[in-house]
Design a protein around this ligand. Sequence first.
Ligand code: ARG
Length: 462
Amino acid sequence: MSEKLWGGRFQKSAEEWVDEFGASIGFDRELVLEDIEGSTAHVQMLGKCGILTNDETDAILGGLARLKEKAQADELEFSVELEDIHLNLEKMLTDDIGPVGGKLHTGRSRNDQVATDMHLYLKARTKEIIGLTEDFQKAILEQAEAHVETLAPGYTHLQRAQPVSFAHHLMAYFWMLERDKGRFSDSLKRIDLSPLGAGALAGTTFPIDRHLSAGLLGFSGVYENSMDAVSDRDFIVEFLSASSLLMAHLSRFAEEIILWSSQEFGFIELDDAFSTGSSIMPQKKNPDMAELIRGKTGRVYGNLTGLLTTLKGLPLAYNKDMQEDKEGMFDTVKTVTGSLRIFAGMIRTMTVNKDVMEAEVGKDFSNATELADYLAARGMPFREAHEVTGKLVFTCIQKGCVLKDLPLSVMQEESTLIEDDIYGVLAPEAAVRRRNSYGGTGFDQVRIQIAKAGEALGRTVR
Ligand code: ARG
């Protein structure tokens, strides 16, 4: 005879290794507090609806409160034979309060129970991730405020393109994160629904009140269809999808941090706390944390693809395949929260080598567009201005100099529209300052942008 809580119709026990393969307790123990919370609301509801007597309700609630204390003190010991967190806790409850503990499961199934646990879990973690994203945005904003007038090379194709304000470059990530937060917040609407009371798939014969238990758990609504409630994991897919995009943004930023901190760029120096040395090369200081964040992006994409693949083709309603929804979700929560924390610290503590960036900007042709625009503003068709500028760039390359080094007479050989004021126009600082179109890199625009960003975070910035 099986010892299992569902052992009634079984004639023999499964072998230990079969139990192990089917068990989820190794990872769903992460849901211990949510499971107790869900059970507590369920029992309160059963009591209020007269399905359990007051004595029964009080006994079960007392037992659940004791379990919660033990869980918080990390004193619970789980068994693989009891398969998952739900059966483990129910057994512990019954061991504590006697057979009345068996009434906890009235009008409920593990299918709506596990779905409820995950909604509770993901709702809280999504809020935490939104908070951490916001803190990371603050770190970016602090550096941006300090570097509005710091010039940096701007790139396309990783080739020098046009000079920009370093703050402008950093702020691009601020806005990506703002949209990431938007995606997480939006998904909250759909996470905020209670599956509890859907039963195994069809609802229950007991006169339960699903809205009551939903309210007790802080959900704003309930799933309208019991089969949908227990069988979809779209709320987790959305979470993994928003996380994947967030990680894509972090990974791009990480890549830039890695480039910028290299000897070839030398634009920033990372704080020792966020770098590591080499066991063989004493001179090295590696941007390991940025590399790890870039690397960890892969596992988050993998978790998304994994769950989408698990769900594909599953008939309604619950299938054991769905137990596979958890590890990727837990892993993603851990990866995303860790990456956000590390990144915020890395940005807050990095040193920006303003002099290096500004010296670089003076040494290249990223002001070529200024010359072309200058000619166009004096009436030359832009295509022709582009051609004239290209020729002058070529002259410079042959001479081994940059545009500002060319004497006026040489420039005028290509166009008499060029006058002495060109040297002021070619200064990188002027190139940045004059890009005053809305959302552009001009210092005034960057200040407006920073003020808007501060408003978005609900704080005032200069
Ligand atoms: N451990 C299971 C899971 O995570 C709980 C639900 C089990 N339901 C069932 N009918 N076997 O999916």
